[in-house]
Ligand binder design. Sequence first.
Ligand code: PBG
Length: 325
Amino acid sequence: MTEGFDRHRRLRRTRGLRNMVQETQLSADDFIAPLFVVEGENIKNEVPSMPNVFQYSLDRVNEELDAIAALGIPSVMVFGVPGYKDACGSSAYAEDGIVQQAVRHIKERHPELVVCADTCLCQFSDHGHCGVLEDGYVQNDASLELLAKTAVSQATAGADVIAPSNMMDGFVVSIREALDDAGFAHIPIMSYAVKFSSAFYGPFRDAAHSSPSFGDRKTYQMNPANRLEALREADSDEREGADFLMVKPALSYLDIIRDLRNTSNLPVVAYNVSGEYAMMKAAALQGWINEQETVLEKLLSMKRAGADLILTYHAKDAARWLAES
Ligand code: PBG
């Protein structure tokens, strides 16, 4: 230091220099695109609180799948919107359930796409909770059996990755054992290990018709105030055999993503959730923010925080912008 201060701007002087020292990169390979599939025919419904996100019936879904594949996005996460719901969510594990049908369809049309299946009961149960109820309380161990059955039926349909999002204790080990017993030892589990009880899921519940009919999810999803609890959850899931750890939501929880990156060697997935998408879309539609720049900045911040992969409703837009730049 000859002048009494450091000249950090030397490395920012030209675009070439800035690119050379850029520490984090975003690419289409980082993305998992969410996909809402709905039972029925000739349906392409825009989700009101999520502009440019649609529910598709299987006869209309190819336009979305083809676009995802053409943009070089390697993976989709399938969320089912069933036509039939009951107390134990039986359409979640039916052989001809909407998710099972969708998985078979996707693997036929785009065998190279990595198909992740969201494994939960809330879209499929008439009460909208993520497990079975007794006296209004979600029963942990009884729910595990149904979740394991759901996972096996999704793997049987051809899912490449099982992604349980239900937040019952022991779901990873229960699903792992059931998959192994059914001959799916090679199928990885992407655990929604750290899932907070978040108000940012509101638009998803419109999209997936999965709002709880009473109460909330606070007895199984985590308190947003807790960081050590998040580490304990992630640690259990890793010991139980998870192959990926997810943090959800992403934007208000970048510290947790960083903590997991520092404490685990598993791939870390950030779920950039529906409310985080909706607020950026709303501001962009008002002309208050530059959508492309703000979206790419926020996705980059998730990578910088330590995420290896990002599940995001912006996947197609972001992949297109990255290809254009
Ligand atoms: C189902 C599930 C939810 C989300 C993904 N899987 C909703 C919830 O827990 O209420 C939310 C995703 C989003 O907001 O984008 N358990």
